[in-house]
Write a protein that binds this ligand. Structure first.
Ligand code: NG1
Ligand code: ZN
Length: 562
């Protein structure tokens, strides 16, 4: 390392001293903490992103967000050149950087790591990191720290994209690394034009109908960035009739009593919604708009909702894709192109058991990974068409390069042999989905448009969709413990291996409940152990979750559960 690089790093990092007594860990979705302790972490992640940009020679993304966490928290995560999550091999380095106790230690770590990874720190190469933030008040200052981190590596510059949803930033990294423009306008154009294409491929629809389209969709923007961006998208769809509430214009606090996480976990009506919405199709985004769930308010007299979660979105997408593939399979014999893509569905242990049973009964291949998009995404990418969703509403559909490269010529061939036919339209629809659905990460905006297009296509109400299968009653609880890293799990997080004896104790509780299923795992985004339970009745699921939460308390020391 040249002296000027070392001096710059020392000087800059002295401005961002690490917090005392806080141990940071790159969890399920980057670093998350109370925003007041994050300046040095974000500065250091800026350095990491810059090194990653030099290593790959491509644009890297850095996002300041704490997604569904409370407004006083914030966080930072890195997007790799594909637009996906940071490669897992760099996570130990991220942890070491964040926890280095002095500027000297930090510089030493950087020197050693750069040597190991063959990254030249002599300013001979240039690179770019795209940075953005959500609407959290702490975001501006943290973004500034990130820019200082990026600027501490000579040759690397930060390109500030301002306030974006998390999936917008990932999309921009993905698209720009393919040599395309990737502005926010391009993003909205891609979503709106592919949505129009899907909408018009339904014989009962036409462009002029878009405006008069069933206006009974109300979206809860979690008082975050998603509501504002949906307003912009609406403009590009000629004022598509969607009502947006909790749009972050001073109606309430980010994620407080609103948003996808609240709706999915509490299963009660979010603020701003109520008796006036009975029976109407409603949707909720989370704070950074990478999660989407739907719901209805079944009755005026209760605040309970009927949840249509990520598992049901996944099921809707899977049915639609499978349908188009079946239409195509019948016709591709007439063309020279043999198109038989592999289709796989990826879930986590949080998927409702009824959804897994339903998907398997459809003949689909269903696989499980640990919690966290990085695992699901990686697995889904093994298929030509991989559909992944977390129950909380984070998910997308990935199309392999092979798949996209075959669909286009197939579409043209079909337009020769049977233009306007069912198969021709099926190819058109699949192509539209490849453009509409975010290929980098789960995206509430593009997911919403795809759900809406499919419901229109099938002429389904939200009730018909929701009745595809009946969810097994479930309950999620969080337990505060002294040290959540005391819990270690295996088998896609469904079994505890540490502390010894805890899994046996959980098993004996599960055995008491018909259709009982329960597991615990340390959260990667909050300082808690999560408990998930399912059983044949709500009361039984509640009891099972509560009794296992008590076990966690007994095994892992003093704490309170909620
Ligand atoms: P943790 O806190 O590790 O459970 C939560 C979600 C994940 C994922 C991340 C990232 C649940 C049970 N867990 O992770 O699925 O979405 O946040 O936001 O919903
Ligand atoms: Zn999120």
């Amino acid at each position: 390392m040249y002296d000027n690089q070392r001096d710059l790093l020392l000087k800059e990092s002295d401005r961002f001293p690490p917090p005392q007594g806080v141990r940071l860990s790159y969890g399920t979705a980057g670093f998350r903490e109370d925003a007041s302790v994050l300046l040095s972490t974000v500065y250091r992640v800026g350095i990491l992103a810059a090194l990653r940009a030099l290593k790959t020679g491509k644009r890297i993304g850095l996002m300041i967000t704490a997604s569904h966490n409370k407004v006083s928290d914030n966080g930072v995560k890195v997007a790799d050149p594909s637009g996906g999550m940071l490669t897992q091999d760099w996570e130990p380095f991220a942890n070491a950087l964040a926890n280095a106790s002095s500027s000297q230690d930090l510089v030493q770590l950087i020197i050693e790591f750069a040597e190991k990874e063959n990254i030249l720190l002599n300013g001979s190469k240039s690179a770019q990191v795209l940075v953005a933030r959500d609407t959290r008040p702490s975001g501006e200052l943290l973004l500034d720290a990130a820019k200082h981190g990026i600027g501490s590596i000579i040759g690397v510059v930060a390109h500030d994209l301002g306030i974006l949803t998390t999936p917008q930033l990932h999309w921009m990294v993905h698209v720009r690394n393919k040599g395309l423009n990737g502005s926010e306008r391009d993003y909205f154009h891609e979503l709106s034009s592919s949505f129009r294409c899907l909408f018009n491929s339904n014989p009962n629809n036409s462009e002029w109908k878009l405006k008069d389209w069933d206006n009974q969709l109300v979206v809860d923007g979690a008082n975050g960035v998603g509501g504002q961006k949906l307003e912009m998208l609406k403009e590009m769809l000629n004022g598509l009739a969607i009502e947006i509430r909790n749009s972050g214009k001073g109606e309430g606090v980010l994620n407080e009593g609103v948003g996808a996480d609240f709706v999915q976990k509490e299963k009660i009506v979010p603020l701003g919604f109520g008796s006036q919405d009975v029976g109407i199709r409603c949707a909720s985004f989370d704070g950074d708009a990478d999660r989407l769930v739907y719901f209805t308010v079944p009755s005026e007299s209760s605040n309970r909702i009927n949840l249509v979660d990520g598992d049901k979105i996944l099921s809707l997408f899977a049915i639609f894709i499978e349908e188009q593939l079946t239409i195509l399979a019948a016709r591709t014999k007439a063309t020279k192109i043999d198109f038989r893509p592999t289709l796989g569905v990826v879930q986590t242990a949080y998927a409702n058991g009824a959804s897994t049973q339903y998907l398997k009964a459809l003949g689909l291949e269903v696989v499980f990974t640990p919690t966290g998009v990085k695992y699901l995404h990686e697995k889904a990418a093994e298929y030509d068409i991989g559909i992944y969703f977390e129950a909380n509403g984070h998910g997308t559909i990935l199309f392999s390069d092979y798949c996209i490269s075959v669909l286009q010529p197939l579409y043209w061939e079909l337009s020769d042999v049977s233009s306007g036919s069912k198969s021709h339209k099926a190819a058109l629809r699949l192509l539209a989905v490849t453009r509409l659905i975010n290929q980098a990460v789960g995206d509430a905006l593009s997911g919403l448009l795809l759900v809406e297009a499919i419901l229109q296509h099938k002429n389904w109400s939200i009730q018909t969709w929701s009745e595809l299968y009946q969810d097994l009653p479930s309950r999620q609880l969080k337990v505060k413990v002294v040290d959540r890293t005391m819990v270690e799990t295996t088998n896609a997080e469904t079994e505890v291996v540490k502390p010894p004896g805890l899994q046996e104790a959980i098993n004996s509780k599960i055995a008491k409940y018909p259709k009982g299923r329960c597991f615990i795992r340390p959260s990667g985004t909050e300082d808690v152990i999560r408990v998930y339970a399912e059983a044949s009745t709500q009361e039984a699921a509640d009891d099972l979750a509560t009794s296992v939460a008590k076990l966690v308390d007994q095994f892992l020391g003093v704490g309170s559960s909620n």
